[in-house]
Design a binder for this molecule. Structure first.
Ligand code: SF4
Length: 363
């Protein structure tokens, strides 16, 4: 079979709903001629190389496929951490050829990568046309020109709009990455970014709070007092609002917060900012607490004991980290006791109060 026989693997509507098993291949800073103020890919990925050779890819993929074991379903090789379409054409072809071999053997079903919006053009997409690429993630980060400029992104919101249009025209699944807490950003600008991103109707979103990474230009700004990162609570609140916005547009948010790599957890890579290993969970906890508060303010709840029923998978979201949400409801509303009870009859985003009223968390 030649590479041309490997169709760009069309995605059925159903397959888009399933999260693929991701086989990550990190290519830190590969194809990147920029230095965004917050970036130090080596600190995030724990890899300093700018290019992964065929041997490295084969080893990484083989190790992950072993880890995958018997779990079936769609799997994709994912090139992360670089600017994929910013690489020279020969480099792009080399990585895709290597990855396509695993598609040909049936080990994975497709390829995905992340790239900058300003690298997507008819010319670069032509390079992909004979490889089984299914998904492209764009680092949009913000749709505010000033925020992009102060973050030294080197592209504009229009680049993101154009890139999404080109990718959709060619049938790729499109993911957009955005960041909260960038230099020059604030709540209003971030929500406007959210609305513009939602208007592009991507297939999924990732949201990253900006942290100060060692070795990034932001480190210098932070030490000089030029940049102040968001506090954790503020970042959770902002991302919760964005999450609600994307839910309202039925756009899946597949990640909130940086992946907890060893380097981030123990390596001292994060100097300051809203880093938490379970950031996404904190956001969901905040959403449940907000909804419960709203319901209690609107409807009240008689007695000194509050019982909140939620779907079994949402119990920890309702309780909050270390039961914090229950404690705050006790304090704020004067309850002696707050219990969270699992009820499989409820949807995952519902909370039932004792009187029988049911509230939607993202209503
Ligand atoms: S965020 Fe992406 S584009 Fe910016 S410096 Fe890092 S690798 Fe390059």
């Amino acid at each position: 079979m030649s590479l041309r026989d490997l169709q760009p693997a069309p995605l059925s509507h159903d397959s888009k709903d399933l999260r693929p098993f991701i086989v990550p291949v990190f290519i830190p800073h590969a194809g990147c001629r920029h230095h965004c103020v917050y970036c130090n890919q080596a600190a995030v990925t724990g890899r300093a190389e700018t290019r992964s050779g065929p041997e490295t890819i084969r080893n990484q993929v083989a190790a992950f496929l072993k880890f995958r074991g018997r779990r079936r379903g769609r799997a994709q090789i994912a090139f992360f951490g670089g600017n994929f379409l910013g690489m020279a054409e020969a480099g792009i072809r080399q990585l895709l050829t290597e990855a396509a071999g695993f598609v040909r053997s049936g080990d994975v079903q497709g390829i995905r990568f992340s790239t900058r919006p300003d690298t997507v053009s008819r010319r670069t997409l032509d390079i992909l046309s004979c490889f089984p690429v299914q998904t492209v993630e764009l680092g949009a980060q913000s749709m505010d020109p000033e925020v992009l400029q102060r973050s030294r992104r080197g592209h504009t919101p229009d680049d993101t709009v154009n890139a999404v249009g080109l990718l959709v025209d060619r049938g790729y699944e499109v993911g957009l990455q955005i960041m909260a807490g960038l230099p020059g950003d604030d709540g209003n600008r971030l929500m406007e970014t959210g609305r513009r991103i939602a208007g592009l109707a991507p297939d999924f979103i990732r949201i990253y709070p900006t942290v100060v990474l060692a070795g990034s230009p932001l480190e210098k700004w932070y030490r000089e007092g030029i940049y102040q990162p968001l506090a954790l609570d503020a970042a959770v609140d902002l991302v919760q609002r964005l999450f609600g916005l994307f839910r309202a547009h039925s756009i899946p948010v597949i990640r909130m917060g940086l992946q907890a790599t060893d380097e981030l957890v123990a390596g001292g890579a994060v100097l300051a900012g809203p880093w938490h290993p379970a950031f996404g969970h904190l956001v969901l906890c905040a959403a449940f607490l907000t909804a419960a508060r709203r319901a209690l303010k609107e409807g009240g709840e008689p007695g000194l004991e509050l019982v909140l029923k939620v779907h079994p998978r949402s119990v920890s979201r309702m309780r909050g980290m270390h039961n914090d949400s229950c404690k705050r409801l006790k304090q704020d509303f004067g309850f002696r006791r707050v219990d969270v009870v699992p009820d499989p009859a409820l949807a995952e985003d519902e909370i039932a109060l004792r009187g029988g009223s049911v509230v939607k968390v993202y209503g």
